[in-house]
Structure formats: C-alpha cells, structure tokens
Write a protein that binds this ligand. Sequence first.
Ligand code: ZN
Length: 207
Amino acid sequence: MREKTRGSREIVRSTISVKYWLVQMPSVAAVRPACCPVCKAASSPVGGRIVVQGHGKRPRQGWGPVVPRAPPESLALTVRRYRCIECRALTTVGPSETLTKRLYTASAIAWALALFGLLMTPRAIRELVSPLRIWGTTSGARWQTLLRWAGAAAAGRLFSTVREMPTEWSARTVAARVAATLSACTLPSPEPPPLDVQAFHGAALAR
Ligand SMILES: [Zn+2]
C-alpha cells in the first residue's frame, strides 16, 4: 500500500508580520522553512537540490486589528505552501501572527485575553477585536470565543510559550497569565507600552 501524503497540520509561522506580508508577499525562498517539519530533512542542502520546494499558495483569513485599537478587520491573506521531495509532506507558511486552525490572529487573541485579564467586559473586547458586526441576541454579555481561547490557553493548546495552568483557575486569571507570559516576549524598551499592547506584539514574537 502506498503511503498517503502526509501534511504538517501546524502552520509554520515566518518572522514576517501580517502588516508587511500584506504589502508584499514574501518570495518562496524568503519564507522557506529551514527543514521539513515532518521528516526534518534540510530544505536547501549545500550543493544539493532544494528538498522543501514551493508548492503554490492558499487563501487564509486573519481576523482582528492589525495594530491595537485599529478597526478590526477580516484580512484575506495568501499563505505559501511547500512540498518536501523526501517525504512528500505539505507545509504551510504564514505571517508571524498566524495560529494553526484559528481565524483570528495570535496578536488579536493575545490582546483580547490581556484586556480580559485587565477586567474589561467581554462585550467591549469583542467590539475592539471582532470584525463581525452582527451578533445573536444571546451572545450580548458573554463572548464564547473569548472563553474558548482562555480554555485552550489554559490547556497549553493555544500558545506554545504558555504553560498549562491548573483547571480551577478562572478564565480571567488564565487571561492575565497569558498576557504576562506573552508580554515578556517583546523586545525590551525604555518606555514599554501598556501590558495589553505588549501582549499583542509579544504574541507575534513568541516561539
Ligand atoms: Zn519531509
């Protein structure tokens, strides 16, 4: 039986932010992963042929504001795909803010959680973060998406730098911890911006 084509389910995050990615999509060579994430073969061995080859583009969405307090958008991004000639795995590479299986950007989610940790109401956060303008009548005070993010972060399934948290922690406590961890990923600055802004930028830099 032939082995099925394997694909890496994880999106590989490049170091290029959504902002720059939208201005000019990076070339195949610019964001080629250093090695195949599945079989670990080197992408461009010295003196050899390219192993992880460009394999077209795919549409992908990036929801949320591009910078804190900018109007939330639903950005239509194009991400790059690569194919490994050793193991045939397909790999997708996107901007630094892309998260596997999430419509919202990592920065938008981190910012939302930071604001929640700072006691802002879910309704107010939703208005700042969500590009959707029509809401069901029941979703007024609670924003389930926000609680789901907190749950995923607490289980260690959202940001790889954020460690698993005790199950008895409240969503707000989890959100505050996520913000603290991600804000520590920003570059040191003599006049650091507020914590929520640091979390926004830290999410793109966190690895
Ligand atoms: Zn491979």
